[in-house]
Design a protein around this ligand. Structure first.
Ligand code: NAD
Length: 579
């Protein structure tokens, strides 16, 4: 096949495969209660957010595998139900891919690799260009899928797709990012150059909370670099990833979880000798297991894990903008974001801040994600809800004050949904379980500190280091925070400082394991010669976002903040900001 033919074929396939696949039905899908993922997980804590198989309506669609360019129904009779968290309706069923299916997916990826890596980078870019066009075209449909499976509001779901789309757009410019280095005449008549090469078959293991964005963090960059890919979406909301499209075998999708007495697809991915690199996003138990198991097999692994993101509020912070930011970051997406704000540390007098925050949090509308004007939807599963309840209870039992309790909320029309209203606990101390554990729900913790130094030291002592923010109008304080804080993403008057794809998404301490950060084009390429081993090994990246540093407290930067907040996907838009 000559090159022109390959290009045409690729574009046609992209289009074809992006059309929603027809549902696959089976006569009798057997549900096995013992398949609950958390039961067999090595070291899984009782705070698991894993789904449980539920009672299913008859014949829900089965999510197929994507192997060698074809959607194929799994032969497996072991399934996990995908449940709409607002209604408990079984949206679909995920059969756990069999060992043969997993091997077929890896083998398809391996077979596709030589042709794909030799396909010109311009052609690979063009596939991404087409892909981004199709994602834009289907944005609303994709967002609705996300809301149905995952529960977040439609606006949040659109943000989910949009942030993934930005990575695809970034991959469209891969050619220049792939440039190597060259020095002539390093010795008499000898020139040296380094080039970036793809690794081979790469794999991605995804969490439930960003079913569009996180798969799109993973495979677009990897495949545009010339790798082929095996993706395992979250078993809790897997369908969206199936709508991606590339030439036969370049992208393969398998399903499953981690269980002891059956195929453990996660371990299969870690152990398979043909898989050269793994991108993982999810909790720490899973992430550290995958990191150590796969690294022991010599794979390149990047593991983005749990978080406990803090914000420091100084007395000189702009009141209205700070309150907006804290409420949006604390309760948006029902707190199920790795960059959600979970702890606020007030320096100085906290009383009026607390009262105002409670007032604003109370005004948020809790409802199904599909309902208009919803500020926060349900949490992913009954187990997740129970786990959040337990953590709140344990906080109260250890002396925290419950300033706002959203645990008993009932949403009319969605009485069986996994809803939790905004919840606020104050008087938190660092030894409390609710502080030590990632809550991953709409719960905000309040702490107090006498000085900026003390607040920074609390944050630096926390085991996690995904993100941290400060709210202040003092440039001196902001700079001190920026230089002393131990977190991957640092925000100054920005609540959730998530960098765009031309930076990379990072993490610090227990929030990240690996050497190379996400959607950096270096991730999925090997270098023939490392270009700067000393720098690579001895530095870590920090993504910093600064909104404003103003001396004038009365001048409100609300507009700017709102633009940025929506830009970074915070979608709790408030029509009026109560004072
Ligand atoms: P999870 O760890 O339960 O699941 C993630 C993936 O790992 C799934 O595909 C699942 O099948 C697999 N898995 C689960 N438990 C496992 C185990 N014990 N052994 C091996 N594999 C296992 O995570 P989740 O509940 O889907 O997602 C929420 C978590 O993800 C939170 O901790 C959140 O902070 C984290 N997260 C982190 C980032 C980041 O960039 N740092 C982004 C999004 C989510």
């Amino acid at each position: 096949m000559h090159r022109g033919a390959i290009e045409v074929l690729e574009l046609e396939l992209v289009e074809e495969m992006l059309i929603l696949f027809p549902p696959f039905y089976v006569v009798a899908a057997r549900k096995l209660d013992f398949m609950r993922p958390q039961i067999c997980a090595p070291g899984r804590s009782h705070f698991s957010t894993a789904v449980e198989p539920s009672s299913s309506k008859s014949n829900p669609p089965r999510v197929p595998n994507l192997i060698g360019g074809r959607f194929v129904d799994s032969k497996s009779s072991t399934v996990i139900d995908v449940i709409n968290p607002a209604t408990q309706e079984v949206v679909s069923q995920v059969p756990l891919s069999t060992d043969e299916e997993f091997k077929a997916a890896v083998s398809a990826a391996k077979k596709a690799y030589p042709l794909w890596r030799n396909t010109p980078i311009t052609t690979r870019q063009r596939v991404m260009l087409k892909f981004q066009e199709l994602i834009r075209r289907d944005m609303d449909k994709l967002a609705l899928n996300v809301t149905t499976e995952q529960g977040k509001t439609l606006k949040d779901a659109q943000g989910d797709v949009f942030r993934g789309l930005e990575v695809v757009e970034h991959a469209c410019g891969m050619a220049t990012l792939q440039m190597g280095e060259y020095v002539s005449n390093v010795s008499h008549g000898i020139d040296t150059y380094s080039i970036r090469e793809p690794l081979g078959v790469c794999a991605g293991i995804c969490p439930f909370n960003f079913p569009a964005m996180i798969p799109l963090w993973m495979f677009p960059v990897a495949v545009t670099c010339g790798n082929t890919f095996v993706l395992k979406p979250s078993e809790k909301d897997p369908e969206l990833a199936l709508e991606a499209g590339l030439p036969e075998g370049v992208l393969n999708i398998v399903h499953g979880t981690h269980v002891c007495d059956h195929l453990d697809i996660v371990n299969s991915i870690c152990d398979d000798d043909d898989i050269k690199a793994i991108s993982f996003v999810g909790s720490n138990v899973a992430g550290m297991h995958i990191y150590s198991r796969a690294a022991a097999k010599g794979k390149r692994v990047q593991s983005n894990m749990g978080a406990k993101n803090h914000a420091i509020v100084l007395p000189d912070a702009n009141v209205d903008a700070t309150l907006n930011a804290l409420v949006a970051a604390g309760f948006g997406a029902a707190g199920q974001r790795c960059m959600a704000l979970s702890t606020v540390i007030f320096v100085g007098d906290a009383k009026s801040w607390k009262a105002k925050l409670v007032e604003r949090a109370k005004a948020l509308k809790v409802n199904a994600g599909t309902e208009p004007d919803t500020d926060l939807g349900p949490v992913i599963s009954k187990q997740a809800k129970e786990r959040i309840h337990k953590l709140v209870k344990s906080g109260v039992e250890s002396g925290a004050k419950l300033l706002l309790d959203g645990r008993n909320i009932v949403v009319p029309g969605y009485e069986s949904g996994n809803f939790i209203g905004p919840t606020i606990l104050s008087d938190i101390t660092t030894n409390m379980e609710c502080y030590k554990e990632e809550i991953f729900g709409p719960v905000l913790l309040f702490m107090e500190a006498d000085s900026l130094e003390e607040a920074i030291s609390i944050i630096n002592s926390n085991k996690y280091g995904n993100g941290a923010s400060i709210f202040t109008t003092s440039g001196v304080a902001a700079r001190k925070f920026q230089t002393e804080i131990e977190a991957g993403q640092v925000g100054i008057n920005v609540p959730i400082p998530v960098p765009l794809p031309f930076f990379s998404f990072t993490g610090n301490k227990a929030s990240f394991a690996g050497d190379l950060n996400f959607y950096d084009n270096v991730v999925c390429c090997s270098l023939v010669e490392p270009f700067d081993p000393i720098l690579e090994k001895n530095t870590q990246r920090i993504a910093l976002q600064t909104l404003y540093l103003k001396e004038d407290k009365d001048e409100e930067p609300k507009e700017d903040l709102e633009i940025l907040v929506s830009f970074i996907m915070m979608t709790l838009r408030r029509k009026k900001n109560p004072k």
